[in-house]
Design a protein around this ligand. Structure first.
Ligand code: ADP
Length: 253
């Protein structure tokens, strides 16, 4: 049926991808396939190639060999940026961005309106996105005046305003106070329940095991790719992280 085809819609398709900034490969022979609606976490020690992998699958880097596809087209040629919401580590901490939450979220509409002005309908989408992430009370607050967790919510709202169906987050809870981390994961969960594909780089193994459905454990090569419940007692954990694996559980920063 059309429905079952839809549910297996491929979002990310990496086939035998290798890449190095120098002649030494940073990721080697990576094959990963992510379908629409999945909630996937990428884990690995510092320097294991997680950010590089994200950039490859977003088409920001070109593989030395192998192929990378995003929504079924070559990732480097992919140009429907609004479909992908990217939340960087410590997003929006720059002092050069003294703009308000609503202004940040408004940017999510730009791919849809070109150089035109936002319509009343666009503004409704903006305000709904702000409401979805629980930031309505802070809509006119400058993002530089927000906590780390609130800032990350604003950048998620920007992705929602753009109607992104893939959310890519690079260690989104770094710099977020511990009380806000659970609420943040609750938000990701509800977005995932609403059909958004979530792809997360996360250093906190405990959080990954609790929240993501699938774990990809990377250290140049893929050591594990499967249900997060099976990752807990996976030998891959020890192989990829070495004997210090347990010190990573619960956060290493
Ligand atoms: P992770 O995200 O897992 O910490 P990265 O993908 O950032 O790992 O880095 C993997 C390796 O590639 C590291 O050895 C890092 O020093 C190197 N690297 C990352 N970015 C660059 C770059 N722009 N130029 C050269 N080397 C880089």
């Amino acid at each position: 049926t059309i429905e079952s085809n839809e549910s297996r819609l491929s979002v990310v398709e990496l086939a035998d991808v290798s890449f190095g900034y120098t002649s030494t490969p940073v990721v080697e022979d990576i094959s990963v396939s992510i379908d629409a609606g999945e909630y996937v976490a990428v884990v690995g020690p510092n320097g294991s190639g997680k950010s590089t992998l994200m950039q490859l699958l977003l088409g920001l880097l070109e593989p030395d060999s192998g192929t990378a596809e995003l929504f079924g087209v070559d990732a480097t040629a992919f140009d429907d940026g609004a479909r992908v919401g990217y939340v960087a580590q410590r997003a929006g901490t720059s002092r050069e961005m003294p703009i308000t939450v609503r202004e940040v979220v408004k940017m999510g509409r730009f791919p849809h309106v070109g150089f035109g002005r936002l319509s009343a309908a666009d503004w409704r989408i903006v305000d709904r996105a702000i409401d979805t992430v629980g930031m309505s009370a802070f809509a006119d607050r400058r993002i530089t005046q927000l906590s780390g967790g609130q800032r990350q919510r604003a950048f998620i709202a920007r992705a929602l305003a753009g109607e992104a169906d893939l959310l890519v987050l690079d260690e989104p809870t770094v710099g977020v106070d511990t009380e806000s981390v659970d609420a943040f994961y609750g938000l990701l969960e509800s977005l995932h329940d609403n059909g958004i594909t979530v792809l997360l780089i996360e250093h906190d193994l405990q959080a990954v095991i609790e929240h993501a459905d699938r774990v990809i454990c990377l250290n140049r090569e893929i050591y594990f790719d499967g249900p997060s419940a099976e990752f807990t007692d996976s030998a891959a954990l020890a192989r990829a992280f070495g004997t210090g694996a347990q010190t990573l559980t619960g956060g290493n920063r």
